[in-house]
Design a protein around this ligand. Sequence first.
Ligand code: S3P
Length: 439
Amino acid sequence: MSTHSAMTFIVQPGGKLQGSLRVSGDKSISHRSIMLGSIAEGVTEVSGFLEGEDSLATLQAFRDMGVQIEGPHQGRVIIHGVGLHGLKTSAKPLDLGNSGTSMRLLAGLLSGQAFDVTMIGDASLSKRPMRRVTEPLALMGAKVETTEAGTPPLHVHGGQSLRGIDYVMPVASAQVKSCLLLAGLYADGPTCVTEPAPTRDHTERMLQGFGYPVRVQGATACVEPGGKLTATAIDVPADISSATFFMVGAAIAPDSDVTLQHVGINPTRIGVINILRLMGADIALSNEREVGGEPVADIRVRYRPLKGIVIPEEQVPLAIDEFPALFVAAACAEGETILTGAHELRVKESDRIQVMADGLQALGVDAQPTEDGMVIQGGQIGSATVQSHGDHRIAMSFAMAALRASGPITIEDCANVNTSFPGFVELAAGTGLKITQQQ
Ligand code: S3P
């Protein structure tokens, strides 16, 4: 994708968050709307699409494979589906930028095509583990090559006949589950994936929304070949992972009162609400409804002092993207917060355990990283320059930490905030965060 120029956030200390706002569209659902809309029959209309770099990388990949896609224009995208077998070979490698979701889900979908494809990514994505998808895909008869280290680029050899498998995932990963279910659309028999703990189920829900049956029984989801996807309308809710920064900001800054509108509250995504409530946060849901098979609500968060907790391990996959922000909440809570069972955080866009511990320590917080989590003593947040290591969620989390800091926080390498949350700075500033950016 684009090469980024340096971007620095400078956030002055103190203040409070107030107002009612809608954050940008859900990243996971936006990716899937392009993927499934492209292989559906007919014209799919998407509203609320996230115009962030990650979901735009998915959109461009499908354009490169011959799909006619109009937009995005103010969150509206129109996809002229080509059916399960209508994708065409791309003249160039598919560049998926920073987006692990794009690459892992496409590895499955593209294993079932008649043509070869190469997928590349940026420096961060090029370090991320891909064997978690290539190994089970190989069991299905797919041929997907990685580097010797098991990292991108990925070369997918088309024209293979895929077998359906029964796969028990060693890690709780929605990306792996989704990859295999998408490959399963092209297999010769049923493909079943069993997860060790519940993970986001947007793929299963959206396949059903496109009229493609998915059998879900307990921890196992199965698809059978031979069906087709029929175009539909998709209303993408606001992303709870983006709402998280405002939820944590309001929870830690005295006198805050923020309402986040139309946020997706799929039960596989609400770990952040559960964990913040356990810490004592004042969170109220209202206007609960369902749009296009996904539950949504308005979420109001008012300041109330937080206390440290032992985070229940079963909440970890349900809040997997929210820990950078939750670590900031823990740093502002009274007492100790302990996270375990979260080794996956080490292989996200950055090593989120190490990078958050380094930044919190630079800010004077007692934050001890462990192999699979962190131990944080709540206390005063100081003033420092911290590194986001190009990780969007690290950058936005430290921005919110300034609400309780004793002096300014400077955050470096923030351009990738645009991968998931374009407009973050303007929205945060409009809500009360004293944030400016410098290029
Ligand atoms: C995602 C799944 C999660 C999450 C990522 C998006 C998805 O990754 O961290 O941001 O859209 O399926 P894992 O499946 O690796 O946990």
